[in-house]
Design a protein around this ligand. Sequence first.
Ligand SMILES: [Mn+2]
Length: 355
Amino acid sequence: MRERYKEGSARSADNILSVIDKAKKNDEAILVFLHRSVDGDCIGSASGICSIIRSFGVDSYVAIPEQLPENMEFMGIDGLFFHPDANTHLAEEFTISRTLAGRKIGAAVSCDISDSSRMGSCGEIFDSIDTKIIIDHHESVKDRSDLHWIDPEASSASEMVFYIAQQIAEITGKELKDLLDTSAAKAVLAGIVTDTGRFTFSNTRPETLETAGLLIELGGDISKVCYNLFDRKTKEKFLLSAWARSETRFYCDGKFALTVVPAEQFARFGAGPDGVDDVVSAMRDIDGVELAIVLRELENGEIRCNVRSQEYFDCSKFAEGFGGGGHVRASGFTVRNTGLDELAGEVVKRVQDIL
Ligand SMILES: [Mn+2]
């Protein structure tokens, strides 16, 4: 492991081992949290942490605020998810007694997110738990504590979880393959693949590739992961994506590309909100384009915005201006109670002031 990850991952490993110890003594469960609009990295890192905790005989579940997207079902982690709004045995038990599988919740571990306002219906549960461990690589974090490990330079929360697993293996003498079983290795690898754009983004470092190699040894199937996360698509998504690309408008002498997808287009093509996931990075790859933005209107009237830049535009700062966040080259935000045209106009205006 590279020097720069040692301190944070060792501290985080200690924190996790101590909540595992406490949970064992008090017969408690540990809940793992992630952000809404789930992606491969939050699912991957949360699954990795759950696998580590379960390997010590402690009950652990991932609190997920929405349905797992179809292209992530392959991550094969059945029985791991706890959906407080879903009509399941666990959800019902939790609503009545605030226990899971008969156990009180002893601690929360949050992966790829530090802010409960982005956890959807799970945020309230997260806020109600006293001990909170955070593992995140997003810039926008307030109130740091010893229980947080935040490294904006890490490729993904999943890569951070792998280093925590290595530290725990070293401290406890357990084997890595017992901490991260085959399905967890697959999920953690999928997380790294997602946030590095299959190892093509500038956050891909030598250690990221070394980590991916070790995860393949643990059973992560790189071709299956890439196919499911990036290449596989329904014909409805294919056609909607083609429509969204053909609607692209250019501003700022071709440096800014914008496309706007109204809710009726999702309905017309019969594709879900993830039907245009591949559009924003394809737009960013157009010659001369520094900034690409996709606005999608969801059925509930919310507008989700994805922002990607090539070299110098600060996407994180731009998204913060609309109440969102993310990374320098990739960020996003969600807006309610605004018309699509009105928001598009505001986005163009603000971009023109910067670019
Ligand atoms: Mn991430």
